[in-house]
Every structure is written in structure tokens, then in C-alpha cells.
Design a protein around this ligand. Structure first.
Ligand SMILES: Nc1ncnc2c1ncn2[C@@H]1O[C@H](COP(=O)(O)OP(=O)(O)OP(=O)(O)O)[C@@H](O)[C@H]1O
Ligand code: SF4
Ligand SMILES: [Mg+2]
Length: 428
């Protein structure tokens, strides 16, 4: 990809706020536009089924304490992330999507250890990031880097590009001092910027160019994992495809894995062969691109996808109408009992209030957390989970049933799963 068009310093066109529905989901105005320009981009990233995990997250929790202003007594907790498990394969990308406030950024900040988690584990190359102190973390901080949403506020306006990109090299002593400048110039070249512009300041660059500077800074330490939190959502749509192309290029060249946080489902579909859907601190559905975009089984995922015109038809079984969720997202301070989505779910029944639906594997690379999982219009009448949980259809204890322990929410996928279509055990 040639970034020539971006090399000259041109002010960005003002970025229009995307239209959103009452629930704050990005809708028609943004996603199809990315689809239009994505024709200039590389092909969608493919899933490598043989890739080993670089990061394995298990039962990760982050509860922020709520304190009184005077005595600093803890009077409650914000359950921002509440027991999520997933795997990011080496050199691949896992997308994290969901409405505002569902815990996406907190998850990213836990992985980069900006926060110490309340509970759970994050295994990175055999070490548990969740339990480490600062000194143990220091060498690993090189390996996990972050790209931020806002290319304007994430770069210090008083530092030159050379200082910004060179600082990680100096702090971590990765190249001799004399070689820092030439390494910075190499990195600028990799991200498609003019290497001679190392002595310019961020305000001399456009938004897309600044995001390239942020990417060069993140690449400086040759990380194995990047957490990209809405990396293109502040950019003009015509620049989005160029930056996504660049991320695909560096991913391929350096074998970097991505946790890619975004609200734009069309961008995620292009960049991420696997996607996790979050709602109020939980993962409600996770799977490969095909399972999520063409075979979503969770009512929340179906509603999200129905807001994206180009994927709507597949997600809604050929129907064109948009599924509008009513009601507000409940507070993570006092989430609903059982299924957290039940206050807005059109399918909710008694069992949904009594029991949290476990995240169950229903395909080779597909898991869903719902008592009534099914393609749109094909949700079962009886709760699929009742027998497994040892309860009756209303969620009351059933003495004749024997709950199974197979529901333990392990990260990653097993070779066997519950095949909903055939009501049998599926096998890889
Ligand atoms: N430092 C904090 N202290 C207290 N609550 C927090 C803190 N950081 C985040 N939260 C709360 O945790 C929840 C999850 O926030 P988070 O920023 O992770 O959401 P998000 O999915 O990234 O949303 P968005 O799409 O708007 O960026 C929200 O209710 C938020 O208010
Ligand atoms: S468990 Fe119940 S409330 Fe939750 S998504 Fe499924 S049907 Fe809806
Ligand atoms: Mg966020």
C-alpha cells in the first residue's frame, strides 16, 4: 500500500459522529462506508487452525470499588469484567465487540496490566500476567503493546516523532544509543511515513499519519501481542482501510497477534477471523467469523448484527428488518440476576432470571451463553441448558437430573461440543 497520498501534511476532514440507535450501536452510516472502501484493502485475514495460543485468559474479573468521598469506605463495586475466558492464537486477531460500557477497554487494560485484575488468570507464553508484580512484568511489557483510539491525544505534542518512536527503544535499551535514529527511521518506513520526517511534531501530520506514528511506536519493541482499542474509529473512513491494510501487513511480517477492540462490526469482520461479543462484563458469544456473522445463536449478537446492513441478511436468516433492543443497558454495579441480557431480551423466560447461562461450545469454533440458543427464528421452546444445569424448564431444582461438570467455561475450544442441530455430541 502506498501512503504517498498521506505523506503531505493535510488537515483531516472533520470526522462525523456515526449515527447510532438508542442502544448506541454504530449503524448504517458508518459500516457500509468501510465496506465500500475496503475494496482498496487486502483480503480479510484468515484463521490459522494450527496456531498455538499466545494469550489464554481464564475467568478474568475486574471489579472497580466505589468509595464514599469523605471516608473512602467501599460501598459497592462496578463489575466491569466478570469472568471472561478466551484465547488469542499466535499471529492472529480476536475481535472484541459490544455496546459502550460492556468492558472492552477494561479487558484491554487488564491484558496490558494497566490494572491488576480482581481475579482470574492471563497466561502469556507460560507466565500468568495477572499475578505478577511490577518488576516481573517489566520484561513482558515489551512483548505486549497498545494502540490507542485517538491519534491526537495519544502522542505528546511537545515531542518530535523521533522522540516518540525512539523512547521505547531507549527505555528498554533494545538498540545501542547511536542506532536509535536509524531504527526510528526504519520503523517510520515500515508504517509508510517518510523517514526524513523524524524531527517533525505530531501536529504536522494528519490523523491517519498520526495513527501510523502510534503503530510505529507500538512496533518498536517487536511485540508478540498488540491490544488495539478502537484503532480506526476516530479516522476518516477513507483512511480506515489504509490503516487496516497496514495492520494486516505488520501482522503478517512480524507475526503479531491482536486483541482488536472495535464497535464497527464490518471492520472487525475484515480484520478478525475470530470474534467475542461482550455484554455487561460477560462474553455472550464467541466464535470464528462464519459462526458469528452467518450463524449467530445469541439474541444479543443477532440484534447487533441486524444493525449492520451488509451482514444483516445473513444474520437474520434472510430477513431485512432491524432488531431494535428496548430499554437501557443495566448498571454493572447491580447487574440483573441470571442472564444479564434478560431485561432487554425478547426471549427471556423464568429460567433466565434464576440461572446464569454457561458459555457452552455448540460448534467446532463457536460458543454461546444462552438458555435458548438458536438461529434467528429457530430458538428452542425448552431451555437447552436445563438438563445440564440439573433444573426443570422453569429453572427449579430437578432431583431426577444430574448436572454435568462439562460446562466449566474453559478458554479455547474442545474437540467435542453440543451439536444443537442434531441434538448430539459433535466432534472435530
Ligand atoms: N477506572 C474505573 N473506575 C470505575 N469504573 C470504571 C473504570 N473504568 C471503567 N469503568 C466502568 O466499567 C465499565 C466498562 O467500561 P469500559 O471502558 O471497559 O467499556 P467499553 O466497552 O470500552 O466502552 P466504550 O465502547 O464506550 O469504550 C463501565 O461501566 C465503566 O463506567
Ligand atoms: S438466557 Fe434468556 S434472557 Fe439470556 S439471552 Fe438467552 S433467552 Fe435471552
Ligand atoms: Mg472503550
Amino acid at each position: 500500500m502506498s501512503p504517498e497520498s498521506e505523506r503531505e501534511t493535510v488537515p483531516d476532514a472533520p470526522v462525523e459522529a456515526p449515527e447510532s440507535d438508542a442502544a448506541g450501536l454504530a449503524t448504517a452510516e458508518v459500516t457500509p462506508r468501510f465496506e465500500e472502501v475496503v475494496a482498496q484493502a487486502h483480503a480479510a485475514s484468515e484463521l490459522d487452525l494450527t496456531a498455538e495460543p499466545v494469550l489464554t485468559v481464564e475467568n478474568l474479573r475486574m471489579y472497580f470499588p466505589i468509595k464514599t468521598s469523605l471516608l473512602r469506605r467501599t460501598i459497592g463495586q462496578v463489575q466491569a469484567v466478570d469472568g471472561i475466558s478466551f484465547v488469542v492464537p499466535k499471529g492472529s486477531s480476536l475481535g472484541l465487540v459490544g455496546e459502550s460500557g460492556c468492558g472492552k477497554s477494561t479487558t484491554g487494560q487488564l491484558i496490558t496490566r494497566l490494572y491488576k485484575p480482581t481475579g482470574g488468570s492471563m497466561s502469556f507464553e507460560g507466565a500468568d500476567l495477572a499475578k505478577m508484580g511490577n518488576s516481573e512484568l517489566k520484561p513482558l511489557r515489551k512483548e505486549i503493546q497498545m494502540i490507542f483510539q485517538d491519534p491526537y491525544s495519544s502522542l505528546n505534542p511537545r515531542h518530535t516523532v523521533g522522540t516518540i518512536v525512539g523512547t521505547p527503544l531507549r527505555v528498554h535499551n533494545v538498540v545501542p544509543k547511536k542506532q536509535v535514529l536509524s531504527r526510528v527511521q526504519e520503523l517510520l518506513e515500515v508504517v509508510g511515513l517518510n523517514p526524513e520526517h523524524y524531527n517533525r511534531y505530531p501536529n504536522e501530520f494528519s490523523g491517519g499519519q498520526r495513527q501510523r506514528i502510534g503503530i510505529a511506536r507500538a512496533l518498536a519493541l517487536q511485540p508478540k501481542l498488540m491490544v488495539a482499542d478502537e484503532p480506526v474509529s476516530a479516522l476518516d473512513v477513507s483512511i480506515q482501510a489504509q490503516v487496516i491494510n497496514l495492520l494486516q501487513d505488520v501482522q503478517k511480517e512480524f507475526g503479531i497477534a491482536f486483541l482488536f477492540i472495535a464497535h464497527d462490526l464490518a471492520v472487525v469482520r475484515h480484520f478478525c477471523p475470530e470474534v467475542a461479543v461482550m455484554y455487561l462484563g460477560k462474553i455472550v458469544e464467541i466464535g470464528d467469523r462464519e459462526s458469528i456473522y452467518s450463524g449467530a445463536h445469541h439474541p444479543y449478537t443477532q440484534a447487533l448484527l441486524s444493525a449492520v446492513p451488509d451482514v444483516k441478511q445473513a444474520a437474520t436468516g434472510g430477513r431485512r428488518e432491524r432488531i431494535r433492543l428496548t430499554g437501557e443497558v443495566p448498571s454493572p454495579i447491580n447487574p440483573p440476576s441470571g442472564c444479564r441480557f434478560r431485561t432487554r431480551c425478547p426471549l427471556a423466560q423464568e429460567i433466565c432470571a434464576r440461572h446464569e447461562p454457561p458459555l457452552i461450545q455448540i460448534g467446532q469454533r463457536h460458543k454461546v451463553a444462552c438458555h435458548f440458543p438458536g438461529r434467528l427464528g429457530e430458538h428452542p421452546r425448552e431451555p437447552f441448558t436445563a438438563r445440564l444445569l440439573g433444573v426443570d424448564a422453569h429453572g427449579q431444582p430437578d432431583p431426577s437430573a444430574s448436572p454435568t461438570t462439562d460446562l466449566i467455561q474453559q478458554p479455547g475450544y474442545s474437540d467435542t461440543w453440543f451439536d444443537l442441530d442434531n441434538r448430539s455430541i459433535g466432534r472435530a
